[in-house]
Design a protein around this ligand. Structure first.
Ligand SMILES: O=c1ccn([C@@H]2O[C@H](COP(=O)(O)OP(=O)(O)O[C@H]3O[C@H](CO)[C@@H](O)[C@H](O)[C@H]3O)[C@@H](O)[C@H]2O)c(=O)[nH]1
Length: 478
């Protein structure tokens, strides 16, 4: 039965604003559904390119969900200033710069259009870290602003200290400097997010974070997609500097054993999943399949694809490998399956262009997950209790891989050459180790313990549920 506070919250509206990437929209939607369950009205706004991709994947999937809402969450879209066929990934710097100029104007118009009458007053805008200008729009409209940090809290502590010059980090003169921060193990340069390294080639994203961390005071709340029991020391280390409240893991309720609690799954697919892989998994033995996926953004180089392919073939174990169809094909064959591999292994494994990942990870046939360590994938594998082989590429992923092997202890990290590239022998060795090696049982035991801890965090009265309840009470009262 709804509590007094929940009934009073019925007419409170929250607007969530996301960058148009799969790994960004997903956690906001999951938070949205938890806010709806506490009586709030929620709208998610993102850019029109996401709407275009959704239309394509909905049309193909003949989904029953309408495009103007997903379950009880309303959707709204604004222009990022570019045509649909503009290659945003290849022109990231120009794209992010333009979005930073056009986004605030168009979001502001959207707020005026949707929330002009007093009945529909916004009590909070929730942004994510990749749209830092949302806080300015919130201030301009006099609306309290929260941010949902969508990476580990450990990353928040690293960036906060880096962008506020609170600690020493590697420089061109001292590239091998190790970093000691409260709440974290000693970090070698290869454990740090690529954005803080002197070698970082991605201009626009660090610029975005500079803006974000200088704008931090404009956020009345910092929520995080994590849970206290997973990152307690890192979270506690921020309590004096900039408190961060974990409200996750923001993954499908079914993955957390919560489908009986009126918390339905809500998701937007920007690519069409091949659900038939679940049937294929059901024909495989329990804990036998190696699941391989590198998220929605990265394409591995031809050399890396070759190494993974050779190792999978030589392992002689069943595998499920997600190989995305490139949006804009490249001449260097990155992200492509090596020639002949599909034919050679069609009795051993399955290659799909996109899968229902959370259902795959929850399937009893899955033995381990070879992943780039995107934070959504990490939380999904933790919630499913599946051990990990980490092959991080950039951004937060190197730190997430360190968390996997050194803090959570649920798997290992692939060794690479100086250029960060793995070879097939290493992949093969790690597959054998995670399935049969000396540490295999320890990884499985730790993964199961974290799975249970994740369930407890989101259950009624658990650490994340309490933080959401407190947040709801505060925004209603603000
Ligand atoms: O076949 C697939 C593959 C992936 N997914 C889903 O796609 C999302 C992928 O998210 P994530 O694992 O976080 O990877 P990226 O898409 O690469 O995420 C970007 O955003 C994350 C959050 O900021 C960062 O942690 C990553 O480094 C960054 O690359 C997850 O929810 C997966 O379940 C599917 O549904 N089907």
């Amino acid at each position: 039965m709804a509590s007094k506070e929940e009934k009073e919250a019925v007419h409170h509206h929250v607007l969530m604003v996301s960058f148009s990437a799969q790994g960004h929209i997903n956690p906001l939607l999951k938070l949205g559904i938890r806010l709806v369950s506490k009586g709030l009205h929620v709208t998610l706004a993102t850019t029109e390119v996401a709407q275009d991709r959704m239309f394509k994947s909905f049309a193909a999937a003949a989904a029953t969900t309408t495009i103007s809402s997903v379950s009880d969450i309303q959707l709204a879209f604004f222009s990022d200033g570019f045509d649909m066929d503009y290659d945003r990934k290849a022109n990231l710097d120009h794209y992010m710069e333009t979005l930073g100029k056009v986004g605030p104007i168009n979001l502001s118009k959207l707020i005026q259009q949707h929330y002009h009458d007093k009945q529909k007053k916004l009590c909070c805008i929730i942004s994510n870290p990749f749209v830092p200008w949302v806080a300015d729009v919130a201030v301009e409209h006099g609306i309290p602003c929260a941010m949902l940090w969508i990476q580990p809290c450990s990353l928040f502590t690293i960036y906060y200290r880096f962008y506020n010059n609170l600690n020493q980090f590697p420089t061109l003169e001292k590239p091998d400097l190790t970093v000691e921060l409260p709440g974290l193990p000693i970090l070698n340069p290869q454990d740090l997010p690529s954005f803080v390294l002197p070698s970082n080639p991605f201009g626009s994203l660090p610029k975005l974070f500079i803006e974000l961390f200088s704008n931090m005071k404009k956020h009345n709340w910092v929520l995080a997609n994590s849970f206290l029991e997973l990152e307690k020391e890192a979270i506690d280390s921020m309590s004096e500097l900039c408190p961060i409240r974990p409200v996750g893991p923001l993954v499908p309720p079914s993955l957390l054993g919560q489908d009986h609690e009126n918390l339905f799954d809500v998701g937007i697919q920007l690519r069409k999943p091949e659900d038939s892989c679940l049937e294929w998994l059901s024909n495989q033995a329990d804990s036998s399949v190696i699941y391989v996926s590198f998220g929605s953004i990265i394409d591995l180089s031809a050399k890396e694809m070759e190494a993974i392919a050779t190792a999978l073939k030589n392992s002689k174990r069943p595998f499920l490998w997600v190989v995305k169809k490139p949006e804009f094909p490249t001449a260097d064959k990155s992200g492509e399956i090596p020639q002949g591999f599909f034919e050679e292994t069609k009795k051993q494994g399955l290659i799909v262009s996109w899968c229902p990942q959370t259902k795959v990870l929850a399937h009893p046939a899955i033995a381990c997950f070879i992943t780039h360590c995107g934070w959504n994938s990490m939380l999904e594998t933790i919630s499913a209790g599946v051990p990990v082989i980490a092959y991080p590429q950039w951004s937060d992923q190197p730190t997430n891989a360190m968390l996997v092997s050194d803090v959570f202890k649920i798997g290992s990290r692939l060794g690479t050459n100086e250029d960060g590239v793995v070879n097939s022998e290493e992949v093969e060795k790690c597959i054998e180790e995670i399935i049969h090696g000396v540490k295999s049982e320890e990884y499985k035991k730790n993964a199961m313990e974290l799975k249970l801890a994740a369930r407890e965090a989101v259950a009624g009265g658990g650490s994340s549920d309490r933080n959401i309840q407190l947040f709801v009470e505060e925004i209603i009262g603000s």
